[in-house]
Design a protein around this ligand. Structure first.
Ligand SMILES: [Zn+2]
Length: 314
């Protein structure tokens, strides 16, 4: 991470948000949003996902979006992939970072990608090998995404030892970084602090670890606070909390980028992100939605009187 920021805010709306709504954005519409948000100072964005376009038509133009996004100066462009085919396509499109996703919960992994956790770990090793075997991809980053780390809609509680086993498995197979996700919005702050404390104890602090929280039950930012306390310095979020929660219709989903940035900046943590610029990007994104709800509180309240963001004060 660059030293001029304290926390990396990673926007996942163009992937996570868009894949769970009905509206299909045009490539141009996605790029207007991505360019404006990058101009507001967001350094990393997950802009697409390399999955079967028949299953996710919203993501059918991911190669094009990645190709255009990597031309944006200073932006780390990441893409989500479920398997080797997705990784091959994502790397070919030019993504700086490939997020390979699997579930810690055996039942969820089977339901989602029809593989056992062990098969997914083996598949991860093959993707790392593919990257290593192709010298032109030497500087590409492979991230191990650990879905349902805090609970699962099928099997309920997910034991901490299962999370650690998957984390260790990914690191042993060459993960450059990890992303620990509360995919279904079950996490609470104490659980978050305990999990990340145990995670750093298990894998050390050399591998960067990001956290992906949902606000399904109103605990999203409280969970960020707990993760910060445990040492996490990278968070995924969605502008306007776009996307909701597929497991709880009507509920909010991903934590809201502008609320996250406000919380971090108010606490003196530099994100490098300009809040006014974010709201402009949100406006561009919102204009394209066809009735889907957006979330967030900063948009309605604005900054407190006399508020100076840490990034502006530095
Ligand atoms: Zn999410």
């Amino acid at each position: 991470m660059k030293r001029d920021i304290d926390v990396l805010v990673s926007e996942v709306g163009p992937r996570d948000g868009l894949q769970s709504i009905q509206t299909i954005f045009t490539t141009e519409g996605k790029m207007d949003w991505i360019r404006r948000e990058a101009a507001a100072g967001v350094r990393q964005m997950q802009v697409g996902s390399f999955v079967n376009p028949k299953l996710l038509p919203q993501m059918a133009d991911s190669a094009e979006v990645v190709g255009q996004s990597v031309l944006i100066e200073g932006l780390i462009v990441s893409a989500l992939v479920p398997n080797m085919k997705g990784a091959v396509n994502g790397l070919a499109a030019g993504a700086h970072q490939i997020g390979v996703v699997m579930s810690v919960s055996e039942a969820h992994n089977q339901a989602n990608i029809r593989r056992t956790v062990q098969e997914s770990l083996n598949g991860f090793a093959e993707i790392v090998k593919y990257r290593d075997d192709n010298p032109e991809y030497r500087d590409r980053v492979i991230s191990g995404g650990m879905a349902t780390s805090f609970g699962c809609t099928i099997s309920g509680a997910v034991p901490l030892k299962d999370v650690m086993r998957v984390a260790e498995g990914l690191v042993q197979r060459g993960a450059d970084r990890l992303n620990v996700a509360d995919t279904v919005g079950y996490a609470n702050p104490k659980q978050v602090r305990d999990l990340f404390t145990e995670l750093y104890r298990t894998i050390g602090t050399d591998i960067p670890v990001g956290a992906h929280f949902h606000d399904t039950r109103g605990l999203g930012l409280a969970n960020v606070f707990a993760a910060l306390d445990a040492g996490v310095r990278e968070f995924d979020s969605c502008l306007g909390g776009l996307g909701g929660c597929p497991y709880a219709p009507g509920a909010s989903g991903n934590i809201v980028t502008e609320d996250l940035v406000f919380m971090l900046e108010a606490q003196g943590m530099r994100t490098g992100v300009d809040l006014d610029g974010l709201l402009e990007a949100r406006e561009i994104m919102e204009r394209q939605l066809k009735g889907e709800p957006v979330h967030g509180t900063y948009i309605n309240a604005g900054p407190p009187k006399g508020f100076t963001p840490a990034t502006a004060a530095a």
